[in-house]
Design a protein around this ligand. Structure first.
Ligand code: NAD
Ligand code: UDP
Length: 316
């Protein structure tokens, strides 16, 4: 049994990761300030005596004896990370410093949840880890993109200077149950709009692309990454199936049987036009890891989750 710290453990991905680590027989400590996460996401875990939830902000140092740290704390939706951009960059940078300092002290392995956003609006397609990216350092997305880039730098510096055992995963757009209905990202927005019969908000002409990964595939990749020896990454973890936002909307309308209409809104500034991971490195280093859940299958499970959630909210 390992003792594992998960920051951002009450969030969408963090809650799935905590469950997976508990199911494998580990002791899990979840740190969260509940900015975008929710207690509902971790309620099902509270009965497990090996699970502990602590309200804490990662910008403040935290002391604990653990074997592994997964550092996920950071708002991930553009709406939420732009709400208080200074806090977002503090969370990424000071959170990384605090978790790396802890890892150094207690000799724990530490994994950083980085992002495909480090590639910005990419001019290389698909994106391999060797691509340095095309990021605007002073735009509305910079607090997130540059915060995550700086965190990667800190992880590699602690590795080279202090021999900390670090792992960096660059996560591409991920979706699934436990997303907040007000999260603001495209999959949850479209599903909630379709289920409520509201207009589907397409930003721009809807021809921009993303490659959507179901959360179980990501969690599998992250745990495999933590188990690697002598490999720091960064490594891309994502699904290579690329869709336009219009195709995503059509899929969701078909699955939900909704008659919601598409409405077109302004494209947010610096919105990347295309995104698709090159996952050769993940296949090579993570025991032939590759995503196994297709978009339709993942969307069905996610729609089911939101249907139940909305029914519950109406009942209350
Ligand atoms: P999320 O917003 O659901 O989860 C983030 C969690 O971090 C929330 O529980 C939030 O309350 C917590 N948090 C935020 N600031 C904090 C702070 N200062 N101290 C303590 N806790 C704090 O988002 P998610 O999709 O689950 O993302 C988790 C991680 O994965 C993030 O680091 C994100 O950048 C990264 N990521 C996610 C995606 C994706 O598509 N979901 C893609 C790339 C990277
Ligand atoms: N998007 C959209 N409608 C929405 C929310 C998002 O068309 O209601 C678009 C957004 O402009 C972007 C894509 O969907 O091009 C993915 O947005 P998201 O915020 O989910 O993730 P990110 O841009 O960070 O990849």
């Amino acid at each position: 049994m390992k003792r594992i710290l998960v920051t951002g453990g009450a969030g969408f991905i963090g809650s799935h990761l905590c469950k997976r680590l508990l199911d494998e027989g580990n002791e899990v400590i979840c740190l969260d300030n509940y900015f975008t996460g929710s207690k509902e996401n971790i309620v099902p875990l509270l009965d497990n005596p090996y699970f502990e939830a602590i309200r804490h902000d990662v910008t403040i140092p935290f002391m604990i004896e653990v074997d592994e740290i997964y550092n996920l704390a950071c708002p991930a939706s553009p709406v939420h990370y732009q709400y208080n951009s200074i806090k977002t960059i503090k969370t990424s940078v000071m959170g990384a410093i605090n978790m790396l300092g802890l890892a150094k002290r207690v000799k724990a392995k530490v994994l950083q949840a980085s992002t495909s956003e480090v590639y910005g609006d990419p001019e290389v397609h698909p994106q391999p880890e060797s691509y340095w990216g095309n990021v605007n350092p002073i735009g509305p997305r910079s607090c997130y993109d540059e915060g995550k880039r700086c965190a990667e730098t800190l992880f590699m510096d602690y590795h080279h200077q202090n021999n900390v055992d670090v792992k960096i995963v660059r996560i591409f757009n991920t979706y699934g149950p436990n997303m907040n209905p007000d999260d603001g990202r495209v999959v949850s927005n479209f599903i909630v709009q379709a289920l409520k019969g509201e207009d589907i908000t397409i930003f721009g002409d809807g021809k921009q692309t993303r490659s959507f990964q179901y959360v179980d595939d990501l969690v599998e990749g992250m745990t495999r990454m933590m188990a690697t020896k002598n490999f720091t990454g960064p490594v891309n973890i994502g699904n290579q199936n690329e869709f336009t936002m219009l195709e995503l909307a059509e899929n969701i309308l078909e699955i939900t049987g909704s008659s919601s209409l598409l409405v077109y809104k302004d494209l947010p500034r610096d919105d990347p036009k295309q995104r698709q991971p090159d996952i050769s490195l993940a296949k090579k280093h993570l025991n032939s890891w590759e995503p196994s859940i297709e978009l339709r299958e993942g969307l069905l499970k996610t729609v089911e989750y939101f249907e139940a959630l909305l029914r519950q909210k109406i009942a209350v």
